[in-house]
Write a protein that binds this ligand. Sequence first.
Ligand code: GLU
Length: 448
Amino acid sequence: MSKACINSVMETIIHRNPREYEFHQAVREVLESLEPALDRHPIYEKHKILERITEPERVIMFRVPWIDDRCEIQINRGYRVEFNSAIGPYKGGLRFHPSVNLGIMKFLAFEQIFKNALTTLYMGGAKGGSDFDPKGKSDGEVMRFCQSFMIELYRHIGPATDVPAGDIGVGKREIGYLFGQYKRIVNEFNGALTGKSLNWGGSHLRPEATGYGCVYFAREMLRTREEEFKGKVCTISGSGNVSQFTAQKLIQLGAKVVSMSDSDGVIYDPDGINEEKLAFIFELKNVRRGRIRDYAGHFKGVTYRDGAKPWDIPCDCAFPCATQNEIEEEDTKTLVRNGCYLVAEGANMPCIPQAVHVFQEAKILYGPGKAANAGGVAVSGLEMAQNAQFIHWSREYVDAKLQELMKEIHDNSWRTAKEYGCPGDYVVGANIAGFLKVADAMIEQGLV
Ligand code: GLU
């Protein structure tokens, strides 16, 4: 019965959202895993929750004109997808990357609904961004772009309405420019954005939160097999914010991190990246905004492969932290063949569906992004709570909270998977647990 319902909803989605492939992919993955819950609770079908939850409450698209350093006019497109507000104000990051389009925004906003529900905090799901490419742009260009972007976005956001934050291409610098312009327009200093700097309303540990949270989640996964990170060989893809802090926490816990990458290629350091080498990467990526290949030129015994990914490097644990669909079916088979038995996603939807099936069939520990990378938005939620009270919590307190939240997300996903007949399957557990919370809230609030 629910299989037929899922198929018919999927058909409508494909028809109504043509060519939005990533959105179709994200929806299909969630809907298929909900089957045991839909079978058990016919109330969701009666209230047409699948039809409603897959239709965004609001989609905003706008022109972003700005002037580059050569005084030439540039035009980009801005987006904000306010997908679901059943359990709190819209919440989710902004992505600035040339690949951004409506389908990618919608997939990210859709994922965010369930991720935010899992955090146990009161946040709805949203995402936004632009096809603007910050790579190679001067600070002045980035500032002018951010100011123009905010001149439209400001009217849609606010601390109790919609609270954007960072994502790919949007970090401390961009949040600073966006917040400055927002404050200037509305003449109010409030918590309409998270990921702010520490000395003007930001939270301790927000920069670290996604990466640290991902490792805390993976630590719980290992615990189910009575294991720990000490001595484990780990591969990481990417070298941005999430990858950097995933590496840092893994190193602190005694793991050996042997790879990082960027859109040009991958480095393999068989001796392991230590704190000192990681400091080089922080400087290279965050200050000089250089390429990862420089790492290989700087340290002995390191190989660099142009255009390659880290998935053929033998490891115990893999952390895809770059972007969507970066792991294909062949990569998964290689990973499993080489003995990898834990994958925790720091990125959003880094595995194509066939890759996920390989992990599920191999019964390895596989932590999907909406559970494993929820630490970032969880600490954003803590930043909102601090802003609302005009107070500031200590680093130790926020770290303890983050660890507690990641354990709760893990245990809830684990418990729910078991309850619905798929023990050990975090995909089923995370999707059903997130869905039930949002769906129940939607029913209680009536047809809106
Ligand atoms: N962009 C992050 C994510 O994918 C964080 C969003 C936020 O902090 O609002 O979850």
